[in-house]
Write a protein that binds this ligand. Sequence first.
Ligand SMILES: NC(=O)c1ccc[n+]([C@@H]2O[C@H](COP(=O)([O-])OP(=O)(O)OC[C@H]3O[C@@H](n4cnc5c(N)ncnc54)[C@H](OP(=O)(O)O)[C@@H]3O)[C@@H](O)[C@H]2O)c1
Ligand SMILES: [Zn+2]
Ligand SMILES: [Zn+2]
Length: 347
Amino acid sequence: MRNTVGWQVEGPSPALRRTPLERRDLRPDDLAVRVDYCGVCHTDLHAVSSWDGAGGRRLVPGHEFTGVVTETGPAVTRFTVGDPVAVGNIVDSCGECAMCRAGQENFCHAFPTLTYDGTDRHDGSTTLGGYSREYVVRDRFAHALPAGLDPAAAAPLLCAGITVWEPLHTLGVGPGTRVAVAGLGGLGHLAVKIAVALGAPTSVVSRSPDKAADARRLGAHGLIVSTDPEQLADARDRFDVVIDTVSAPHDLGPYLRLVAMDGTLSHVGHLGPVTVETTDLLVGRKKLSSAGSGGTPATAAMLDFCAEHGITADIELLPSARVNEALDRLRRNDVRYRFVLDMSDLD
Ligand SMILES: NC(=O)c1ccc[n+]([C@@H]2O[C@H](COP(=O)([O-])OP(=O)(O)OC[C@H]3O[C@@H](n4cnc5c(N)ncnc54)[C@H](OP(=O)(O)O)[C@@H]3O)[C@@H](O)[C@H]2O)c1
Ligand SMILES: [Zn+2]
Ligand SMILES: [Zn+2]
């Protein structure tokens, strides 16, 4: 085993502590990656907040990181030592089912191996995430980080970015598509940047009117205040695509009513049961969809697109020792728009 160090939730306490960790010895198709920067996703916060440590499992969050290859297994051909790489929230899949064959490993019928709190397909161990100094990953699930992308600000592309790229791309968003993004956070601000770069006139729907100037700076036309019934009524039926990134359970009705005839509400935020009033779909033949993460071809395409258009996240970079502060502030919606942890303080 290889020794490293990371930030782990201890028992039922929500605080993360610096802890020695072990990584597996490299399999033939594995890379060892020195993790330099790891984004703090709201999913990490959901995981930490609900963690009970049952069954002695361990939680080391982190599933959007960039770093440098430090060692390669003998069967690795795509990478060599020193290459800058990026890893998202999937680190393996069955490779044989229809979804994997279609390059949609994120929908693997045998369930993809998640970067943390997943189960390794070979040794059954629980995967430990990127809030650590080293990660060992199967080469197929590492992505070359395109030159020109700042490695700290690019880290959030690997979860937040790909999660909004897939629906924007597959819904055919382009010049003239009227897009609204609900929730201006980590996912939301990247959805705005990508939709704008795709040529789509884009608006933000937010409960935070003080984000209006940021919305415009990001390229949006404006911000609709989601708590103002008059503004919502004015925006009725106005958008071909609404990307809902809100991180708390909520009623979909107000967002469906923003969708134009035959348009789509893509719900990629808080996962869990939702209640839908069918007349909110019926009136205007609207569609409700969801998505999560992305396959390896889409992730590579998203990274190329972001490199071409100079898109990275707006980040606040903190030493990893301040991870608990980052999670507390994320809980309070006090981030513009993604915390990224600098792992170099773990050396
Ligand atoms: N589908 C997937 O694969 C996938 C991948 C990554 C994340 N997620 C999920 O997506 C959600 C967003 O993640 P994130 O990292 O972007 O979170 P985030 O940075 O905290 O952003 C979430 C935004 O939602 C809005 N919001 C938060 N609480 C709200 C409430 N109670 N009512 C209304 N709006 C609220 C806020 O925007 P405003 O201030 O503008 O209203 C906030 O900035 C999380 O639930 C996360 O678990 C899903
Ligand atoms: Zn995430
Ligand atoms: Zn599969």
